[in-house]
Design a protein around this ligand. Structure first.
Ligand code: DGY
Length: 378
């Protein structure tokens, strides 16, 4: 594995397991005196590769969602003097946070800068599935288009239909707002918590629609996931991956969905039992799925790529230049702040970190409370 070093004389050694976009993130680390070693390979690093990179002295690390940051790595990191880890992702299902906490290591993530970007991709996938865009493009590129036909690639109209959102956190809420506002869809959502902000948004938007003589929209939290699956024309998954959500969408639950429903996933692959999905899509040609994430990424379940009623893209929901650079800034700011001994940012709005006078704080540390880290008081 080739690693490139920046600021070789820096006193804190930080490893970064992938090249990151933009330059600001590196400046942030250099400003706090870090020597930064960046892996140049696009290959996913295994635990042994990372353990070797940590070596006998490593103060900070920025890792990827494709890597298994579990007990073995956190033990090695701690032994090497590790004090700051940040995932380059908002999701941290690849990190054993309890193991990090046992080793006294703060774990950062990069929330807030992926919200609209990921929701936009979920909307794009929704319509790619509804309007059969992948299928139609393959048809055209294969030279099969011989002229306009009244029956060519008939899809689904979503206008004023019902969208079900599984996981109404930041990204799920942003998707729901886009669908309600843009396409006048009713919203059902399934979540552990009520989302008053989302409900108020749809209510206020409905008031606006009614003021123009249009029919209002509804937004309801459902208790039973089954009720959402039965009622929704389109279901979009935005939940975290944990023991409770692994295979949340299985054969039995797929069977509850409408014959011509859409299923969109931009969260984590294992939330869907992919083998069950392949079987369901084979049996129900009018059912359509659009996936950004896969159960055994980067491998696909056999048969998935051959299904015309499935749209697949390679985990790119957060892939805009702005978001990926902002994620790098937040990951670097997490590590830099922890190495400098700064407190943790107490708010969910991280945009001040993207401005010209970023706060002296770590933007987002998921185990800050467990570790008793101080929060910035203002
Ligand atoms: C994340 O940050 O968790 C996303 O999956 C990256 O796209």
């Amino acid at each position: 594995m080739e690693w490139k070093t920046a600021n070789a004389d820096g006193k804190n050694r930080v490893i970064v397991t992938k090249k990151l976009p933009g330059s600001r993130w590196l400046k942030i680390l250099k400003e706090v005196g870090c020597r930064v070693e960046i892996c140049q390979s696009d290959a996913v690093l295994g635990t042994e590769n990372i353990r070797t990179a940590i070596g006998s002295r490593c103060d900070g690390a920025i890792g990827q969602l494709t890597e298994d940051w579990g007990e073995p790595l956190f033990n090695a990191f701690k032994a090497a003097g590790g004090r700051a880890y940040s995932n380059y992702a908002v999701g941290f299902n690849n990190v054993d946070v309890a193991a990090a906490t046992r080793n006294g290591i703060p774990v950062g993530n990069t929330p807030g800068v992926l919200t609209e970007t990921t929701a936009e991709m979920a909307v794009a996938l929704t319509f790619a599935a509804a309007r059969r865009i992948g299928e139609a493009e393959r048809f055209l590129r294969a030279g099969k288009f011989t002229g306009w036909l009244p029956t060519l690639f008939l899809g689904e109209r979503l206008w004023r239909k019902t969208v079900g959102v599984i996981g109404a956190g930041r990204i799920g809420e942003a998707y729901a707002r886009m669908m309600a506002e843009g396409f006048k869809t009713h919203i059902l959502y399934h979540d552990l918590h009520v989302n008053p902000g989302l409900e108020a948004y749809v209510r206020d938007y409905s008031t606006f629609l009614e003021s123009r003589g249009d029919a209002p929209l509804t937004c309801q939290k459902v208790k039973r996931l089954e009720d959402l699956l039965q009622a929704a024309d389109c279901v979009s998954i935005h939940t975290v991956l944990d023991a409770a959500t692994r295979h949340l969408i299985n054969a039995d639950r797929l069977a509850l969905m409408k014959e011509n429903a859409l299923l969109i996933n931009t969260s984590r692959g294992p939330v869907i039992d992919e083998a069950a999905l392949v079987a369901h899509c084979r049996k129900h040609p009018d059912f359509r799925a659009a996936l950004d994430v896969f159960e055994n990424e980067p491998a696909l379940e056999p048969g998935l790529a051959e299904l015309d009623n499935v749209v697949i893209v390679p985990h790119i929901a957060s892939a805009t230049g702005w978001t990926r650079e902002a994620m790098a800034v937040l990951a670097a700011a997490n590590v830099a702040a922890l190495l400098r001994g700064d407190p943790v940012w107490p708010e969910s709005d991280v945009t001040p970190f993207l401005g010209d006078s970023p706060p002296r704080a770590a933007p987002s540390i998921v185990n800050a409370r467990e570790l008793g880290l101080p929060f910035l008081t203002r």
